[in-house]
Design a protein around this ligand. Structure first.
Ligand code: C5J
Length: 225
């Protein structure tokens, strides 16, 4: 079984029961000129994760792993957006309002979609989630269980919000999570650091952490081809 040099200890995984999860790499969070930047965030902090994630995505495609992408957002009529979520932050331009790349966090809008360099292939499921976690109010868990998935390799943004929420949800459901440290990112450097610390604390209370090169070194080429 492939073994990744990770923290707090080695992460063993079977490629046939492992999925790569790419969380919310959406233009509105990551691209210059999007919603995230309009809120005053420095998107270059998120963009650091793009190239390592692109490499991992390519390797997982070659190895034949299941790959699932997620996007945070809502139906155009906002019927799946809790009023409390919409009101939070008292933003002049918040969820559902016009933003620099279309209506903010609304499905079908340009800004809601995944950045060009990480666009899903047709065969790769995309989970549209109304919450921060990928399990809440989605068929994500059903997809994983239907395919016998036991381990998740986790990438995406933002570290402390949708990545961490998803890892916690996955951990409670019995999935083993390896978070790739250079493939997640936050607008806040201290939240990025603390996310990694929290995941691997206490013997891996939520999972494992490793740089993508350690995962790529362990991933057999064409594992499932
Ligand atoms: C995500 C957010 N994707 N930060 N959303 O983390 O609101």
């Amino acid at each position: 079984m492939p073994r990744v040099t990770a923290e707090p200890y080695e992460f063993d995984f079977d490629p046939s029961t492992t999925a790569l999860v790419v969380i919310d790499m959406q233009r509105d969070f990551v691209d210059p000129g999007g919603f995230g930047e309009a809120l005053g965030n420095n998107v270059s902090l998120l963009r650091r994760a793009l190239e390592p994630t692109r490499r991992v995505l390519a390797a997982c495609r070659d190895a034949g792993l299941l790959i699932i992408h997620t996007r945070e957002g809502h139906r155009p009529d906002l019927s799946d957006c809790p009023p409390a979520k919409r009101a939070r932050g008292r933003l002049a331009n918040g969820i559902g309002d016009p933003g620099p790349m279309g209506r903010i966090l609304v499905r079908g809008e340009y800004g809601h979609d995944i950045v060009d360099s990480l666009q899903p292939l047709e065969r790769e499921p995309v989970v549209d989630k109304p919450g921060k976690g990928a399990f809440y109010a989605t068929d994500f868990e059903h997809m994983l269980r239907s395919r016998g998935i036991k381990s998740l390799v986790v990438t995406g943004v933002t570290a402390e919000v949708c990545v961490q929420t998803t890892v916690r949800e996955a951990n409670d459901r019995g999935f083993e999570c390896l978070v790739l440290s250079d493939c997640i990112a936050s607008y806040f450097p201290e939240f990025y650091e603390m996310t990694l610390k929290m995941i691997k604390a206490q013997g891996g209370i939520f999972g494992w952490v490793a740089p993508s090169e350690a995962f790529l070194a362990a991933l057999p080429a064409a594992a499932l081809a």
